[in-house]
Design a protein around this ligand. Structure first.
Ligand SMILES: CC(C)(COP(=O)(O)OP(=O)(O)OC[C@H]1O[C@@H](n2cnc3c(N)ncnc32)[C@H](O)[C@@H]1OP(=O)(O)O)[C@@H](O)C(=O)NCCC(=O)NCCS
Length: 98
């Protein structure tokens, strides 16, 4: 099974929401991704799709966050959400996306 991983582009937005809706069985994550995309901190190169041929079958998003301790503040990335369509879960695609 040959999987290609690449950054998202504008043509992928609808399918990314659909893949997340299918993986999670509800629409919250698709809506979350659409909202994060509008945030000025969004890094489009860190929203990645997994493709089998021309079909998007998985997605992963890393979003910039700040971790604050009492003394320091650290820039980091949150991994969420990630999704693989139900019929292809458990085959290692999620690991490749990470
Ligand atoms: C989570 C998800 C993206 C993983 O993708 P995948 O292609 O099925 O994962 P892989 O086959 O690469 O498995 C990677 C590892 O994650 C583990 N794993 C897979 N799904 C998991 C889950 N829901 N909870 C905990 N561990 C999980 C596997 O057991 C495997 O562990 P191992 O390497 O020790 O055996 C996919 O199962 C999915 O879309 N689930 C529904 C959505 C979801 O729960 N997303 C995560 C929260 S944002």
């Amino acid at each position: 099974m040959k999987i290609q991983i690449r950054p998202e582009n504008k043509n992928d937005y609808k399918t990314i929401s659909m893949v997340n809706d299918m993986a999670f069985g509800q629409k919250d994550e698709g809506i979350l991704i659409e909202r994060l995309r509008k945030n000025k901190k969004f890094i489009k190169e860190l929203s990645l799709v997994a493709c089998m041929g021309n079909e998007i079958i998985g997605h992963i998003l890393f979003f910039p966050i700040k971790i604050n301790s009492e003394k320091d503040s650290f820039d980091s990335l949150a991994l969420a959400p990630m999704s693989v369509i139900p019929e292809l879960q458990g085959l290692g695609i999620g690991s490749q996306l990470v």
